[in-house]
Design a binder for this molecule. Structure first.
Ligand code: DGL
Length: 281
């Protein structure tokens, strides 16, 4: 998966160091939540770049700048691994992040593990993909799937309203159901067997999506798949935390938003305290 990265020299890193996770906002919390469930000994430093939301509407150059600044911040927090918990940022800057980090710290994206999963599971079939404009227009899923499993026919649709809708707190209610139905009608023309949730915000409306698609079509929520990729990477670098950490997880945002605070509390409990970190002081 991270074959482009050289052998690791990060001997100075310790298993007790935190994993640095970032996204534009609450989307990455879906991956962070899965991470804590599956790997409870790991400590997290989460950064939500809420000041620059939505990432899905930004240019590739802008996203590359945000990604590098976010990585710098997470490195200052002693991260032993960086997880880009955002499809838009991964599409725009994963290779750049790998090159930037070199052998310092390993970086995992949400896209490669998902492509790997889809390639092995849906050979010879049609699969749908929804994501932000940035992710869909980059064609990153099309290109990576074509390399790994050319027999899979991908049907991709940009669903730009969804991340904003979720960030505003509309999920699993009448409004989100109607918008989901309007978008997903597109896939009725194709015999898809699975639908990739190509944005880390979308697991928050997984119930709406699965309800619309029915039992025959798999809703592909990458959270657990990505955590497995993180686990394997840590094991291979000898950095998997094997004992509980006495230090607390930390959550930073580049701008305070009520919905980020509310969702963090839903996911991680009342005690979570948000800290401010601006990418440009
Ligand atoms: N959660 C992000 C993604 O996976 C970005 C959503 C946004 O900020 O537009 O693409």
């Amino acid at each position: 998966m991270n074959s482009m990265q050289p052998n690791f020299l990060n001997r100075l890193k310790k298993a007790s160091d935190p994993i640095g996770v970032f996204d534009s906002g609450i989307g990455g919390l879906t991956v962070a939540k899965a991470l804590k469930k599956i790997l409870p000994n790991e400590r997290l430093i989460y950064f939500g770049d809420t000041a620059h939301l939505p990432y899905g509407e930004k240019s590739k150059a802008a996203l590359q700048a945000y990604v590098i600044k976010s990585i710098d911040f997470l490195l200052e927090q002693e991260a032993k691994l960086i997880l880009i918990a955002c499809n838009s940022a991964s599409a725009a800057a994963f290779e750049l992040a790998q090159a930037y980090l070199g052998s310092r710290v390993r970086v995992v994206s949400v896209i490669e593990p998902t492509v790997q999963y889809v390639a092995t599971r849906f050979e010879g079939q049609e699969v749908g993909l929804i994501g932000t404009r940035q992710t869909i227009n980059s064609e990153v899923y099309v290109k990576k799937l074509a390399e790994k499993a050319p027999s899979i026919q991908l049907r991709a649709l940009a669903t730009p309203l969804l991340a904003n809708m979720i960030e505003e707190g509309f999920f699993n209610n009448g409004i989100s159901q109607q918008i989901v139905a309007k978008y997903l009608k597109f896939f009725e023309a194709y015999p898809i067997k699975g639908l990739i949730l190509g944005c880390t915000h979308y697991p928050l409306i997984k119930t709406d999506i699965s309800h619309y698609l029915g039992d025959e079509i798999e809703t592909i929520d990458a959270s657990n798949i990505v955590v497995e990729a993180v686990r394997k990477t840590l094991v291979s670098d000898n950095l998997l935390a094997c004992a509980p950490n006495s230090l607390k997880d930390q959550f930073f945002v580049s701008d305070f938003t009520e919905s980020f605070a509310a969702t963090t509390r839903i996911f991680f409990g009342e005690a979570v305290r948000l800290e401010l970190h601006q990418l440009w002081e």
